[in-house]
Design a protein around this ligand. Sequence first.
Ligand SMILES: *Cc1c(COP(=O)(O)O)cnc(C)c1O
Length: 362
Amino acid sequence: MEKRIFNFSAGPAILPEEVLLQAQKDFFTLPGVGMSILEISHRSKTFDAIHASAKDGLKKLLGISDDYHILFLQGGASLQFSMVPMNLMPPVNKADYIVTGTWSKKAVKEAKRVGTVNIAASTEAENFTRIPAQSELKLDPEAAYVHFTSNNTIFGTQFHTEPEVGSVPLICDASSDILHKKIDVSKYAMIYAGAQKNIGPSGVVLTIIRKDMLERSPESLHTMLNYKTHAENDSLYNTPNTFGIYIIDLVAKYLLSIGGLDAMYELNKKKAGLLYKCIDESSGFFKGHATTDSRSLMNITFRLPSEELEKKLISEATAAGFDGLKGHRSVGGLRASIYNAFPLKGVEELVSFMNDFMRKNG
Ligand SMILES: *Cc1c(COP(=O)(O)O)cnc(C)c1O
């Protein structure tokens, strides 16, 4: 088998080797089926079992109660930016948005087409280096909901606890940190996540929505844009991304096999801790973008003393088998995306590479 390199891509991103190997094993024919996952009906018994198992795995991992629907939709997290306000902003037609990066801004842009958006807080003036404190939030108790982005993939910041929003429904874009630790789903009215960062391939978005929220969806909405359609048809109104759901099922099984999300969280803290330690002990050679208390465990963003050195490090790192370290243009510098599936060994090797680079160039 060909050697795999260390993949720091922000998304689509690395998947567990165990999952890839299982998918490879089953790819030509699913055991006992004689057909591949790509070739079977989404209404077959085989697919039913895979779909049910994926939902069951997510339920176990996150402790999701029967008060919620687990939906697998399409159009990415980006379509959720529209579906959330179209379905859930009525009848009051105003909502609170906490703006902590590019993705939250995009969510705001779509929400404004539906109703009034109150920016409850924004850290844009500081180039999104931090998550706003609870005391900074200007919340409207009559808002239809509060929307936030739990992990800011581009800037490398992360909420470590949910914002306190009283009795207003809380909605979260968790695309880049879903399943990185156990959360209390009962605090949320809805959580959505494009699969391609932490739980599967692109082309499928996971939406966990509290059943009572469906009452808000206006009948006038187009069928495919209405959450009720997807809930009533168990994500099978139209043909879902069957392969994506199959991979999510394998990822959930893998996470359960390693001890669930508490074990995953310990490993994620350890991995990110090694990189932040390297940054903090570099006497300013590496400079983190995020403020210390807002640091992400998933995307570690940092700069070097000059753009020349950044280019040099990226090119030497690529040659040494570390792929995808170039930062997003709005931050510059480097970004190491170390999602759930990224191995500890890869982080250890990157840290040693960075320390070597600093010794030679510092
Ligand atoms: C990647 C990302 C998105 C966009 O996801 P798509 O599936 O490409 O639409 C939205 N929000 C966050 C936080 C992301 O990281």
